[in-house]
Design a protein around this ligand. Structure first.
Ligand SMILES: *[C@@H]1O[C@H](CO)[C@@H](O)[C@H](O)[C@H]1NC(C)=O
Ligand SMILES: *[C@@H]1O[C@H](CO)[C@@H](O)[C@H](O)[C@H]1NC(C)=O
Ligand SMILES: *[C@@H]1O[C@H](CO)[C@@H](O)[C@H](O)[C@H]1NC(C)=O
Length: 467
């Protein structure tokens, strides 16, 4: 039967052609795609949209060819079903890699290929004390300028109502900035904020040159310490400055520190943090435009004398008075003096080594105690504070959300006193086991923790049990 024979031959031909195309396509998907980061991330987007087709299944190969052809026809390859909305796999989908030690490899042991761990898994452990679920997107924008590892990165956090003042900070600093931006996890808020952010980021050259942006997408407001740690973790220099975005930088502390071999040496040791004294205008209306702020200490002192500027948050003296403002006013040019009256509510703005000092405790959420907790643990760990007497920063006034602040302060006060006790005991144990308790680096710990009732007794118990 010639008709049936022709049919069979036609079918065979069709099958062969199909197999060749499927094999070519599978090869493309398996070996070409992995080398293109862009194509990879977008293909993951389509994978997320449909069931992941196995590249070995003939049927799905056909499916992919159709997608490819359809995509090519509308000039939109790779095929992308939802271009307009922000898909989570579009934001980032990296892995973290671990290699065998070079020593093991030298002996022919281990494996040369690194082990890959999904970035999201790694970050969920890195921030396991924070509220969950939460999605962290490091380097959503990455600065185009080159970064000198010996530079000082400003680490800070913003929400969308601080975009304007953040732009001023970037213009003024002209150096590396690592910023965490919180994005509320609702579809409309995410796209709205990312659009605003895009406008902000592309609006100024210093922004695109110097600022790295990291996103936190979740439902939790005011997780300041988590956001601080993210900005610090992804800073690309050896030194950081922890700053609140509404402070105006008035003097060039960055250059002063970098050109002093002595100060750089102390930063490198990791046991010194340099304090930038903080001020504010006494009249709210005077302090709203940083273009009018003083730019050198002489002009600052004149304004202080006239009563127009004073220490930051004078109504909550414990927050900054360890800086010792009287000493600051009379210090000689170039002086750097040690903070000798530290107390646990002290929360100055400091420059310190990125790697080494403890991180901010992420259990603090909301106003009150959060920044002081960062500095308390730093102090206990053996970092001492030194005031840069030629430099200063000034708060740019704005209205606070007072009700939220009051309530959060109330319960954070209790959390903070528990935290201090627990931290003291942890460090007592650590210093004791490293035989450092009676050394000069244990001085901060000894002197500060003695102030807490009952801690000395518990600490001596820990020490006796261990010995
Ligand atoms: C964000 O919201 C979506 C939809 O409600 C949810 O599936 C997802 O788990 C949320 N992600 C985070 C990090 O909260
Ligand atoms: C700072 O203020 C607190 C509380 O008002 C006070 O107890 C302390 O003595 C002050 N310290 C200095 C150095 O002025
Ligand atoms: C530390 O020194 C004090 C005296 O200066 C001494 O009483 C104490 O036992 C010492 N502690 C340790 C753990 O060596």
């Amino acid at each position: 039967m010639p008709f049936l024979g022709r049919c069979i031959r036609l079918c065979q031909l069709g099958l062969v052609v199909y197999l060749v195309v499927a094999v070519l396509f599978t090869t493309f998907r398996l070996f070409v795609l992995p080398f293109s980061a862009l194509l990879r991330s977008i293909s993951e987007l389509s994978l997320a949209a449909s069931e992941p087709p196995s590249p070995f299944s003939v049927f799905s190969g056909f499916f992919w060819i159709l997608q490819y052809l359809a995509g090519a026809m509308v000039q939109d390859w790779p095929w992308n079903p939802e271009r307009t909305s922000t898909s989570s796999s579009e934001l980032s989908s990296d892995s973290v890699f671990w290699e065998s030690s070079s020593l093991a490899l030298k002996h022919g042991l281990g494996q040369p290929e690194p082990v890959a761990v999904p970035e999201a898994l790694f970050l969920s452990k890195a921030f396991s004390n924070s509220m969950h679920p939460s999605r962290i997107v490091p380097f959503y924008y990455r600065a185009s300028g080159t970064v000198d590892s010996e530079d000082i990165t400003i680490t800070t956090l913003i929400t969308s109502n601080r975009f304007k003042v953040f732009a001023q900070l970037a213009e003024r600093y002209e150096g590396p900035i690592s910023v965490t931006i919180h994005v509320e996890n609702t579809t409309t808020r995410i796209s709205e904020l990312l659009n605003q952010l895009h406008t902000l980021y592309t609006s100024s050259k210093s922004m695109a040159t110097h600022v790295d942006v990291h996103l936190v997408i979740d439902s939790f407001d005011r997780q300041f310490n988590t956001w601080r740690n993210i900005a610090r973790l992804f800073a690309r220099t050896n030194y950081v400055m922890m700053l609140d975005v509404d402070f105006a930088l008035c003097t060039d502390f960055r250059r002063a520190i970098r050109k002093s071999a002595k100060m750089m040496g102390r930063l490198r040791e990791g046991t010194s943090a340099f304090v930038l004294p903080a001020f504010e205008y006494t009249k709210l209306s005077e302090g709203t435009d940083q273009r009018n702020f003083p730019k050198d200490k002489k002009s600052l002192l004149a304004l202080i004398k006239a009563g127009r500027i004073g220490m930051f948050h004078a109504s909550w003296a414990a927050g900054h008075n360890s800086t010792d403002y009287d000493r600051y006013y009379t210090a000689k040019p170039g002086e750097v003096y040690k903070v000798t009256q530290y107390q646990s509510a002290y929360e100055p703005y400091v420059v310190f080594r990125k790697d080494g000092p403890p991180w901010c405790d992420e259990r603090f959420v909301g106003y009150g105690g959060n920044k002081a907790a960062c500095l308390f643990e730093m102090y206990l760990s053996g970092v001492s504070f030194y005031v840069l007497a030629d430099h200063f920063i000034i708060h740019q006034n704005h209205l606070y959300e007072e009700t939220a602040r009051k309530n959060e302060r109330k319960y954070n006060r209790k959390i903070y006193s528990d935290f201090k006790e627990e931290t003291c005991l942890r460090y007592f144990k650590s210093y004791h086991q490293r035989n450092l308790l009676n050394t000069s680096s244990g001085y901060n710990l000894q002197s500060e923790c003695q102030k807490i009732k009952g801690v000395s007794r518990l600490a001596s118990q820990i020490i006796t049990e261990d010995t």
